[in-house]
Design a protein around this ligand. Structure first.
Ligand code: UDP
Length: 333
């Protein structure tokens, strides 16, 4: 199968590219390197079944050519990370909505099997834990930039499902929960690479808010297994939405403690109020836990890595980067 991955030089995209190549597929990547990194795919460029274009989704000519050669498109290109979303809300909304519109138009032209990445952010402040795909969604007010991200990804979901209903395009929506693992950068606010880097440097571990908010962290290798399983089942999964995440819940305080312990670090925790960490009036999600019955039932997927496994892998990755020198650490972000 020939697979086009938009955002393929990013954290999840580059792991997906590797996995697809490994099992014999051909992969092309379209990425403007806004948050992705060439370093993530540099080791793949000599592979005979791999190609890439450093270009924006808005370049219709390039997107059209790549889509015309693809059997499937995995659309991962999107604005990434809460910090960026709060700082650059216009770019976030435009990237997400216009990007998905453009990808779906190209997919329709060549009838590509399409997977669209959405996010657990769309559940917003919903109190029905664990979050189920068919739950009602509860977003905060539009005066808070944060919700623009959720709203734009929700619109992406509507666009994808509309293409399925109106044009029978085999579109599947995946809602990623917190995905972590080697190669994820802490530059856009993601908590695990940040805590691990802080612990290894002996710097204070920065917990935002009171640290009693909770998350479930899923290893990127498990996420890739989920994506390939769904990709392979268009008949079963077209027109459907799937949560992809772990259901092992941990508070950010517990996470800080576990990172410090596994890193054997002398770092202490420092608490930073949300309005200093993000922006005045920032609303965090207190709990975020997926219900993963649907994907388990459909393709037999469940996560295989525990939080301990995840931290072991991220610690090894970050240690290697530190040994490799600061130059590599910076450009690898
Ligand atoms: N967080 C934190 N310290 C940091 C970065 C993040 O306490 O240095 C918190 C953040 O406020 C959130 C959780 O960790 O409650 C997960 O943040 P992340 O940005 O990784 O993902 P989110 O779940 O917000 O999309």
């Amino acid at each position: 199968m020939q697979v086009l991955i938009t955002g393929g030089a990013g954290f999840i995209g580059s792991h997906l590219a590797e996995a697809l190549l490994q099992r014999g597929d051909s992969v092309s990547i379209l990425d403007n390197l806004s948050t992705g990194s060439y370093n993530n795919i540099a080791h793949l460029i000599t592979h005979p079944r791999f190609s890439f274009a450093i270009e924006s989704l808005n370049n219709d000519l390039v997107l059209d050519r790549l889509a015309s050669q693809a059997d499937a498109i995995v659309h991962l290109a999107a604005a990434v990370g809460v910090q960026l979303v709060v700082e650059r809300p216009t770019e976030t909304i435009e990237t997400n909505v216009i990007g998905t519109h453009t990808v779906l138009a190209a997919a329709r032209r060549y009838r590509c099997r399409t997977l669209i990445a959405s996010t657990s952010e769309v559940y917003g402040k919903s109190a029905e834990i664990p979050f189920k795909e068919e739950n009602d969604l509860l977003l905060g007010p539009s005066s808070h930039s944060r919700w623009g991200y959720a709203a734009s990804k929700l619109l992406d979901e509507f666009l994808g499902l509309a293409a399925y209903r109106e044009y029978q395009l085999p579109v599947t929506i995946v809602r990623f929960f917190n995905t972590v693992g080697p190669r994820q950068t802490g530059r856009y606010g993601m908590v695990i690479p940040r805590f691990v880097q802080q612990a290894l440097r002996g710097a204070p571990i920065t917990v935002f808010g009171d640290g009693n908010q909770s998350r479930c962290f899923c290893h990127v290798a498990d996420v890739i297994r989920a994506l390939t399983a769904l990709l392979d089942q268009p008949a079963l999964t077209a027109g459907e939405i799937y949560n992809i995440g772990s259901d092992e819940e941990v508070t950010i305080n517990q996470l800080a403690e576990q990172v410090s312990r596994q890193a054997d670090s002398a770092s202490t925790v420092t608490y930073i109020p949300y309005n200093e960490a993000y922006a005045p009036g920032f609303e965090d999600m207190r709990r975020r836990v997926p219900n993963i019955d649907k994907i388990r039932r459909t393709v037999g997927w469940s996560p295989g890595h525990t939080l301990t496994d995840i931290l072991t892998d991220v610690l090894a990755y970050e240690r290697e980067r530190m040994i490799g020198g600061q130059g590599i650490a910076r450009s690898g972000e």
